[in-house]
Design a protein around this ligand. Structure first.
Ligand SMILES: *Cc1c(COP(=O)(O)O)cnc(C)c1O
Length: 374
């Protein structure tokens, strides 16, 4: 089948033809035209968080994790102490990279099926004075749970602690307002809810802390302060920029604005999520999360209990019907995940459910009902 399949994954995701076509041009990295493109992307990213007064945005080459690592390296002094609020796989990754860069990291563990608790954070910050920074994953993509960004930011501000937010899978879809929510750094990437292609991340850094970040980074390539200073002087990226990715992101942001910005994107994803969960429920599948804590980004479903089920066959069946699913990321229970983000709507979600139903029939499985107790 010589056509693109629909990616029901949390990045890379399905992009529009316009976004793909924007990559059919070569750019000189030192050229004024490309510098103007970078400046325009940065400006419009700040628009999205209402951050012009309070923050700068610094782009960085690489996948999203590169930018998380860079944000921690740049914002946290080498003798800093980071507390990671942990309710899933991406939280654990943030703790690991913090530790690997030689910063002291403590983990505050929560259940994977619940949001982290701002009240519990408040108590911990009262008890442990050495903590300098808190890391929060806004939407924990490992399960799809939405964490309480505004509440956590309020607690951090009250205690005078820095807040680093991994908003990779929420930025552009869930509301984030820098005027009312204080964060030191907030990280997202090109190939998630803005519906660009993967290849670069970007970090919003609070102006008030920016100068103090000079010299924090133990890595040359990951130093966002240096990237920012150089970009300010020259308009250029320090090292070879992902030119085609920047061009695609620019085009994707134009479409984001045309669609109606963050509220419109949230409405479309919320509709996708509802259509998906309702359709899957009708054929027996049960989501891992309670609806109140589910972000409309990615849905974790329990695997069917039927003995004929195995993910590989299930995945191949859905793929043959044009839809790419995503494996689960939980250790305790068998699950799989279905993304609601990307350039798709309710019709594609209905077709995806139909593809799943058809695949189950082929596997001889009457329905998606999970094990009792799941
Ligand atoms: C996608 C994602 C990342 C970055 O993952 P990469 O594979 O490095 O792009 C980080 N955090 C969250 C919450 C994500 O969803």
């Amino acid at each position: 089948m010589d056509r693109d399949r629909i990616l029901l994954t949390p990045g890379p995701l399905t992009t529009t033809l316009r976004t793909k076509l924007a990559m059919l041009k070569d750019w000189g990295s030192w050229d004024a035209d490309f510098n103007a493109l970078t400046a325009s992307v940065r400006h419009r990213l700040l628009d999205i968080v209402h951050g012009h007064e309070t923050h700068v945005v610094v782009p960085l080459q690489g996948s999203g994790t590169f930018s998380v690592e860079a944000a921690v390296a740049t914002v946290v002094p080498r003798d800093g102490h980071v507390l990671v609020l942990d309710n899933g796989a991406y939280c654990k990754r943030a703790a690991r990279l913090t530790e690997m860069m030689g910063r002291r990291a403590s983990v505050m563990a929560f259940g994977e099926e619940e949001p982290v608790s701002a009240a519990a954070l408040d108590a911990r910050l009262k008890a442990v004075g050495s903590i300098t920074h808190v890391i929060l994953i806004h939407c924990e993509t490992g399960t799809g749970v939405e964490n309480p960004l505004a509440e956590v930011a309020t607690v951090c501000e009250k205690h005078g602690k820095g807040l680093i937010v991994d908003a990779m899978s929420s930025f552009g879809a869930l509301p984030i307002d820098a005027r009312s929510t204080r964060f030191d750094a907030l990280i997202a990437a090109s190939g998630k809810c803005l519906e660009g292609v993967p290849g670069m991340g970007f970090v919003f850094i609070r102006r008030a802390i920016l100068d103090g970040c000079a010299g924090n980074s133990q890595s040359l390539a990951m130093d966002l302060h240096d990237q920012h200073v150089y970009m300010g002087k020259t308009g250029q990226w320090r090292f070879t920029p992902p030119t085609h990715v920047v061009a695609a992101l620019s085009e994707a942001i134009t479409q984001f604005v045309e669609e109606g910005g963050q509220p419109a994107r949230l409405a479309r994803y919320a509709d996708n999520c509802r259509v998906l969960i309702d359709g899957m429920a009708a054929i027996g599948f049960k989501p891992f999360l309670r609806p109140e804590v589910q972000a409309p980004v990615i849905v974790t479903f329990h695997a069917p209990a039927h003995p004929a089920y195995d993910f590989k066959t299930f995945y191949e069946g859905a793929k043959a019907r044009g839809f790419m699913l995503y494996p689960g990321k939980l250790t305790q229970v068998e699950t799989f995940r279905v993304g609601c983000i990307g350039s798709l709507g309710r019709h594609e979600m209905r077709q995806a459910v139909e593809a799943v139903a058809d695949t189950l029939r082929e596997m001889g499985i009457p329905g998606g009902e999970p094990h009792v107790g799941a």
